[in-house]
Design a protein around this ligand. Sequence first.
Ligand code: DGL
Length: 270
Amino acid sequence: MMEVHAPIGVFDSGLGGLTALRQLQKDLPHEDYIYFGDTARVPYGGRDGETLMHFAKTDIALLLSHGVKAILVACGTVSSVILEEIRDEYEIPLVGVIESAADAAARLTRNGCIGIWGTEASIRSGSYAARLASMGYERTVAVPCPKLVPLIENGHLHDEGARAAVREYLAPVLAKRADTLILGCTHYPLLAELIREEAPGLALIDSGAESGVTLRAALEARGLLRSSGRGTTRYIVSGCPADFEARGGGFLNRDLSGKVEHQDAEAFGK
Ligand code: DGL
């Protein structure tokens, strides 16, 4: 029996899922959250399906050990490649980031041409393009962006290296005159300022932030939404807590010093 007062689990390979968490903390403020960033195994985007399956299952097992009532897979890569295959293996709802981001892009585009940025694994899977095509949006420009996650995890959000990579990945999107760009990896909104500077006319879809819509619906459908009380968040990483405290705290605009715990997801793979 799931407990309405149980926390919600949110996970990603690292900092990216904070884009989802930040929005959830605003939109569903009564909920408690457990955020897991798998910083010891980041990046996920260039991995094969078998490795991603192992990562996803161990991340989920870690969160289940904390008694979560639902999990937001705040990772475009796991949502694209693994989620549909494993969803039915779990009793609690598992929510991904693809549908809500594609739906938001379909609502926002004026000319019907939509750019998609994602990790290599996400783009290879065709997940966002398939969802858009199912709604009648066939004109898409999908671009794998392997340089971005390492830049972001290492704190390069405004320097010339990040700008050059952003320009490189924008070029095919702008050449096809897309008016909307899905930031299909949850890390990418950390570069939103830079992307806006380089392509001011492009509407940006934050896949993490949009995913709260799907999560809320899943919780409501099961009577699991909390309606009172002030929620709390626990932060857990598999790598170095101090790095996450500095970079994650900067993004969330919160002081996370001394507040990030360490846990090894591999310990849940046995
Ligand atoms: N933020 C994740 C995603 O949305 C993972 C990126 C990575 O680790 O390569 O795809």
